[in-house]
Design a protein around this ligand. Sequence first.
Ligand code: ZN
Ligand code: ZN
Length: 589
Amino acid sequence: MKNLIITGILSISLVSCGGGDKKEKSKMADDLNPLFDSYKEQFIVNLWKVYPGWASSQGYHKYDSVLTVPDAAERINEIDFVKANLDSLKAINIGGLSDNNKTDYHMIENQLQSTIWSLTEEKSWEWNPSVYNISEGFASILNENYDTLPKRLHSFYVKMANIPAYYEAAKANIKNPTIEHTQLAIEQNQGGLSVFDADLNAAMDKAKLKRVEREKFEVRAMQAKKAINDYATWLKNMKNDSPRSFRLGKELYAKKFEYDIQSGYSVDVIYEKALAHKKELHEKMFALADKYWIKYFDKTPKPADKLEEIKKVIDKISETHVKPEEFQSAISEQLPVLIKFIKDKDLIYIDPSKPLVVRKEPGYMAGVAGASISAPGPYDKNGNTYYNVGSLEGMPKDKAESYLREYNKYILQILNIHEAIPGHYTQLVYSNQSPSLIKSLFGNNAMIEGWAVYTERMMLENGYGNNEDEMWLMYYKWNLRSTCNTILDYSVHTKNMSKEEAMHLLIDEAFQEKTEAENKWRRVSVTQVQLCCYFTGYTEIYDFREDLKKQMGDKFNLKKFHEKFLSYGSAPVKYIKDLMLADLKETDK
Ligand code: ZN
Ligand code: ZN
């Protein structure tokens, strides 16, 4: 289940070659797919040797006991791997590949180029001390039941040996770090100490380790904790008179956007589109709020400020929400309703043989109430896809109330569309039908999130929620969140937006609560570009659909569009678009 199938030793190793001989051979052949499939297998075998920690996190456990020391030699090793593979790709004529392999090709190439850029230009390994943190990798060895506990503990023990060297390398790498990432590194590293303390002890108790064995573990765990604590202390005491800004800056930001989002639009275009979209949403929201003022507030005079008026109506509508004890059942009861709606309206085929398993949120996820999808990893093909539904049990009354207002009757339905049907879960079912390990590993987040955000609007456009104004107004608020995420990220990292300006954008213009806005500020100061993926993907899919409608006229069929679009798996929208347009030309002939 967790082993990669490797079909013997390849007769030609593409990984180590850029030779002209093989280049000619591959260009002569008509069907290059078998060759490329072998290349991909070998690529992943080698990828896991270079990135053992990543392998473990994806459910490939051969290298669980390896902790790579992030020193200069390791970076050279990475660059060598990347360059050899870029050479191999050059030797393959992309024209001779299937659609699935074409997109895989682009995604491998992007991954490799992005690695070089990240190591040599972005260099977060110098300025972001929070990239050095081992606790998660160790914790998952203890928590995940992929093997017997004694075997997992053995990997844990061997892996601990490199911890002191790991943090020594980290200290040698760090130059002029940002204050925000330094702070984050201190918190996160100290937060992970319990893995080598209480968590490890509990696992050793459970495995009934013998005294001698246990002492060996304790020696290494002690060294691990010392290394982590030393690192945190070193960061706290570091002389850092002119720290680097956490703002990425225009040039690096544009490049990172290119690699991470892989959009057909440049980041400047996306920013302009987000600004225009915000304006459009405000106008639509104002029209609805104004219409409903009398219904909700009778003769109370309207606020002079439009945004304030919208806010008041939103607050009023938010009062329509389920009772705390009905939260879980309200979510589960929604799924059949959504499925029926999609069937009746002929929006997309949903394979009934792979149903979504609704479950109460497992203990280790607790605290993130709401709903989320847990999909099996790429090495666990038969695993279930779960819809984790949080419970408000035990939450203080006022907190539960504020939560329920946020996830009110309307937003709860939009959340179900986004997470489950026809959002993330449906997309997942389709992507599993054209299996690609490359897409499971390098899946394009802008496509994945963009699809989920796109379906929210698509459902409403087709009459979901009976076109109720309240539903639309709440949807606009929800959509404003992804739109403002993009504006915020871009403005903070390239236009020097201050925290005050950010708070104004989130609270006054996007109607968010103060806590949510504060959390968002924290997130934008330690991540870059990530917050853009929702709006960018959504915009690309929506624009593409509208273009296609214009081009095809009467021949356009929404159901066919959705099914075709998803059939390419989690590839960047721009490649899906190219392939679909080429396909359309082909059928026109
Ligand atoms: Zn209430
Ligand atoms: Zn999502």
